[in-house]
Structures are given as C-alpha cells and as structure tokens.
Design a protein around this ligand. Structure first.
Ligand SMILES: [Zn+2]
Length: 170
C-alpha cells in the first residue's frame, strides 16, 4: 500500500465515534439497552488491526458510560495503548445534548471525562457531541474545562443539531 510510505502521505484528520450497541437501542426506544450490551470486545480489535495495517493513528471518541463499565475496560485500554488519541463523546450519548442546560452539559462532560481518564490515563482534549449535537453552552463548558477543540459539527442533515439548524434556516 503506497500510503505506508511515510513522508509522502497526504495529511488527513481521522476519527471514529465508538458508539456502542446499547446507545442505538436506547435512541430507538428498543428494549434491552438498560444492561448496556456491548460489542466493543469484537469491534475494537477489528478496527485496531485495520489501523495498524495502514499505519494510522486516529482520534477515537469514547462514550463515558462504556468507560465506566468494567466489561469494556480491556477494549478501551487497547485503543489508548495502541497510541490513538482518546476523545470525549459524552457520558449518556443523548443526541439531544444541545437541549441541555449548561449545568447538565457540564455534568455529562465531567462524568465522561472522569471515567475515560481513569481507564485510558489520557485526559481528553477533544469532544464530539452524540449525534453531532452542538450548542454554544457545549462550547462554553469545553473551554472552561480546558478542551482544545470540539468536533461536533457535521455538514449534513443527518446530525441532530445540524437538522435543527437547517430547520431554523427555513
Ligand atoms: Zn456517537
């Protein structure tokens, strides 16, 4: 693969949102999410293998609730140990985060941060809102907590906040 030649590689920013199966079940109102079923033990080794084959390091946005559960510890630690940047992807992965008060957002970000740090020994410097949810209050909280960037904007109608922005523009 030509991209393995370092020095000649194009510059790109790559990231992955580590959404777990429970978050999709929860958002769809499907039963069974309450026990936080996880496929991280299957998905993580697969994508780490692919990234290693391509000699790529990326940013992986981790959901705090997953970091809080011991059953996911090994998989999440493997990501950090492979040298990837760990980002904060909120605690409860509620795509309506942009509707929360500043205090509620602070709790979400701080709780996720606590568990992500405990498991990965990395202090997240970046944040991505669940479902690309985004609000000025999110930015305020992130700035106050010393984050270097927010990666929640996504120029499509698919994201929650993007959708509301589109509707507001009509
Ligand atoms: Zn997500």
């Amino acid at each position: 693969m030509k991209t393995k030649q370092k020095g000649n590689r194009p510059i790109a920013s790559l990231s992955l949102d580590l959404d777990n199966i429970w978050s999709y079940l929860k958002n769809q109102g499907a039963p069974g999410w309450e026990t936080f079923p996880s496929y991280l033990d299957i998905a993580v080794p697969r994508f780490l293998d692919i990234l290693q084959q391509w000699d790529l390091t990326i940013t992986v946005f981790i959901v705090g609730q997953d970091a809080a559960l011991e059953k996911n510890t090994k998989a999440i630690q493997a990501i950090a140990n492979a040298g990837h940047e760990i980002g904060n992807h909120s605690f409860y992965h509620d795509p309506w985060l942009h509707l929360y008060s500043e205090n509620e957002i602070e709790e979400e970000v701080a709780l996720a941060e606590k568990h992500i740090k405990r498991v990965t020994h990395q202090h997240p410097m970046g944040f991505r809102g669940p479902g690309y949810s985004f609000s000025p209050a999110v930015l305020k909280v992130l700035a106050r907590r010393g984050y270097e960037y927010d990666a929640s904007t996504f120029p499509t109608f698919l994201g929650a906040s993007s959708t509301s922005l589109l509707f507001n523009d009509l």
